[in-house]
Design a protein around this ligand. Structure first.
Ligand SMILES: [Fe+2]
Ligand SMILES: [Fe+2]
Length: 163
């Protein structure tokens, strides 16, 4: 698609985010199954629920204004991050080292999402999409807290066991 205005950019990035979240609803169950540490399994399951709600939130964003829609655009960024995570899963046995790899992979995804939603929220603000801005800020907050939870898990015991 042509990106010639801030609104085009917003639609392009929102469509990418939509693709990324949908990819994560398929990846997170695999990550939960691959993880060994119980708290890490729980963290992935919880974020799966949040991610499903984030997909619905994007639908609400589309419904909030006639000028907003999503297009069928694949997030290659998310696809690559998921592929890397899958390679790490394939190359490791269930246990602390794989758990450390999973935390690292999941944090890359969260940072990627934080960057994407930060830009989207700023664009929504600039374009005067008040409701969209609120919804995007909610998702941004969830991504940040998912990242913080993973940092805590990494510091607590998952990485220690790997050492
Ligand atoms: Fe997300
Ligand atoms: Fe996330």
């Amino acid at each position: 698609m042509k990106v010639e205005s801030p609104n085009d950019l917003f639609i392009r990035l929102l469509s990418e985010a939509n693709s990324g979240e949908k990819q994560m609803t398929r990846a997170l169950p695999k990550m939960a199954r691959a993880a060994d540490d119980e708290q890490l399994v729980e963290a992935f399951k919880e974020h799966l629920e949040e991610t499903r709600a984030q997909v619905e939130r994007i639908e609400q964003i589309v419904e909030s204004d006639d000028s907003i829609r999503t297009k069928r655009i694949k997030s290659y960024g998310m696809e690559s991050l998921i592929e890397e995570a899958q390679e790490l899963i394939d190359g490791s046995e269930k246990g602390p080292v794989r758990d450390a790899a999973l935390i690292g992979s999941a944090q890359k995804v969260e940072h990627f999402e934080i960057a994407a939603y930060g830009t989207l929220a700023a664009l929504a603000d600039q374009l005067g999409y008040k409701k969209a801005k609120e919804l995007l800020a909610e998702t941004l907050k969830e991504e940040k807290s998912a990242d913080e939870k993973l940092t805590k898990l990494a510091k607590m015991d998952v990485n220690r066991k790997a050492g």
